[in-house]
Design a protein around this ligand. Structure first.
Ligand code: 4AD
Ligand code: MG
Length: 569
């Protein structure tokens, strides 16, 4: 458990003992220093390391000169944990002024010491040598020491990893990714990398970003034509004439039985003339603008010789592996060109998508519940210090929420029951009135999980009209075997379903939804040949980070947020 002993960071070989067998601060295998975490996050706060010589690096959080400039205190952080190491530098060791500005990077060597009684830290570093300095001009440093809002930091995405909040979020995000692979690997799922560029619209919602080189190609042509106007008819005619003339010369020489040497010059002139003509003809074919055919864009001239997009989900492709390798999962970026300016939507987000063969909707719900519980327990076991930071600064209930979710069975109700419950709500007026057949809005989802049940809720069996074509039609012919996992703070965290494995039924569904069959032929093959009952789901990775940290806006839990109007770096 966290709190008892921090898990070792880095390879085991870097763990070390001193000559008398006592613990030593482990030296990093690839960066010639000790991580600050391995000093200050020890159960006793690092006090047993007093007397040891170490090298540490990091960025100064706060620095101040003391004793009339005779020494300086630096609070140093290297991103390995939320806590800082207090570092003391004497003026005789290095000029102090260049070390104390917030943001300065230092690599220092010194001895760990027990500080005087009554100070809050258990150990501090007395510097003997300053090995390296990455200085900062305090007047120009873009992150002033005042408490910065997350909105302000969004305008400095390249600098925000230096802040306590964004670095804590980054460590939590990293832990969730590690936990994800651990959970699926432990349960014998195979990790499959699905494509980012795709020609199929998985959700059929038409929210895809197009991938095309037609525009950049057209721009290149336009630039080229501006610099070098296309040849005129007369120029081409003249070039043809020249070939004829040069040809005549060669012909005459040949009939006069000229030798090889005499022919060399005229032959190469003829070749040059031919080359010139073909260049002119090539250039005369250059047309400005996007290529068209029958009044429509001619995608056969695009990079992939057809329309292509960024994927909205790896599901359809990962199904091809599930229908051959059984349990699989994909974990990668997905893209949606939705114009939603909410605190829960990104244009580029990461999704974890398991797909299980020989499994039905109940197995799907069991897997989703076990996975979310595993993630919560993992953070409690491995990220308690960062979670405590979140509790102190963002959400008092963040740790309690993880404990609750990791230990309580999720509520499971049908869509019809959910609608009935929401219709009976008297103490709140929803912006959208609830009717059977409608898609539940975020306000309804959050009411179910936050107010009615106060824990995660899985809603299943949705009306077929509001769900994707691939979901399995239930016997009532009205609903499909879909399920959404709703959690407090976020609303929808997971969307999944049992897949329609019956060929005739899925063909009918595709047509019913007004989708073309042709692009899905390969998907239909999975039903034509050796079809299998299977299911899967997608967990929005950023939504999981939101849920864990208690941060309000999804733009602050992804390293490089992309949303309408914004794609920095
Ligand atoms: O419910 P969705 O659309 O499901 C699918 O894409 C399925 N193909 C998944 C599957 O069965 N393999 O999306 C899954 C999850 C949502 O529950 C939500 O958490 C997240 O992805 N999500 C978004 N997260 C951030 N920004 C957006 N624009 C999101 N859209 C969906
Ligand atoms: Mg959904």
């Amino acid at each position: 458990m966290a709190g008892e002993s921090p898990p070792p960071i880095g390879p085991l070989e870097s763990q070390a003992t001193t000559s008398d067998g006592a613990d030593a601060a482990p030296f990093e295998r690839f960066s010639r220093r000790v991580l600050i975490r391995n000093i200050v996050s020890r159960p006793e706060g690092g006090v047993v390391l007093a007397g040891q010589k170490v090298t540490v690096g990091g960025w100064v959080k706060t620095g101040r000169e003391q004793g009339r400039g005779s020494f300086a205190f630096l609070e140093l952080n290297d991103g390995s944990c939320p806590a800082n190491l207090q570092v003391i530098v004497d003026a005789s060791v290095a000029p102090l002024q260049q070390l104390v500005s917030t943001g300065t990077c230092v690599l220092v060597e010194g001895e760990l010491k027990k500080p005087p009684e009554g100070t809050k830290q258990s150990v501090e570093l007395r510097v003997e040598k300053v090995l390296e300095v990455g200085p900062v001009d305090p007047v120009k440093y873009p992150l002033p020491k005042t408490r910065l809002t997350l909105e302000f930091l969004r305008d400095h995405v390249h600098m925000r990893p230096r802040t306590n909040t964004i670095s804590a979020v980054a460590r939590i995000r990293n832990a969730l990714a590690y936990a994800t692979h651990t959970f699926f690997q432990k349960n014998r799922f195979l990790y499959v990398q699905t494509p980012i560029i795709t020609t199929s619209d998985c959700e059929g919602a038409g929210e895809m970003f197009q991938v095309t080189t037609l525009f950049s190609d057209a721009e290149k042509v336009e630039k080229e034509l501006k610099q070098n106007p296309p040849p005129s008819e007369a120029e081409i005619e003249a070039a043809k004439l020249l070939i004829k003339e040069k040809g005549e010369v060669v012909k005459n020489l040949k009939s006069a039985k000229a030798n090889k040497e005499e022919l060399n010059g005229p032959l190469s002139e003829l070749a040059k003339a031919k080359e010139n003509l073909s260049r002119l003809e090539e250039r005369s074919k250059l047309k400005p603008g996007i290529p068209q055919k029958d009044g429509q864009v001619d995608y056969s001239q695009d990079f992939f010789a057809r329309q292509a997009f960024l994927t909205v989900s790896g599901q359809l492709q990962v199904e091809t592996y599930a229908c051959g390798l059984s349990s699989v999962y994909t974990f990668g970026p997905t893209f949606r060109a939705e114009h939603s300016h909410t605190s829960r939507h990104l244009a580029e987000f990461w999704m974890v998508e398991p797909e299980i063969a020989f499994a039905d909707l109940e197995d799907d719900m069991n897997c989703a519940e076990a996975y979310v519980k595993f993630l919560c327990q993992w953070l409690l076991d491995n990220c308690l210090d960062d979670m405590e930071f979140m509790v102190k600064n963002f959400d008092k209930t963040a740790i309690d929420r993880l404990k609750l979710v990791s230990s309580t069975p999720f509520m499971r109700i049908s869509y019809s029951k959910a609608v009935q419950l929401l219709k009976n709500v008297k103490d709140k007026k929803f912006e959208n009135e609830v009717e059977w057949g409608m898609d539940l809005a975020s306000e309804h989802e959050r009411y179910l999980t936050e107010v009615i049940y106060k824990k995660p809720v899985i809603v299943y069996n949705y009306p077929k009209e509001i769900k994707a074509f691939y979901m399995r039609l239930n016997d009532d012919s009205q609903t499909v075997a879909a399920m959404d996992v709703l959690v407090p703070k976020v609303g929808e965290l997971i969307g999944g379903s049992q897949r329609e494995e019956r060929y005739d039924v899925i063909v009918k569904r595709i047509l019913e939804m007004g989708l073309p069959l042709e692009p899905y032929e390969w998907y239909l093959d999975l039903r034509r040949y050796g079809t299998v009952k299977h299911c899967g789901f997608g967990l929005g990775f950023e939504r999981m980070v939101l849920f864990a940290t208690g941060i309000d806006n999804i733009r602050d839990v992804v390293p490089f947020p992309r949303y309408p109007g914004r794609a920095d770096l």
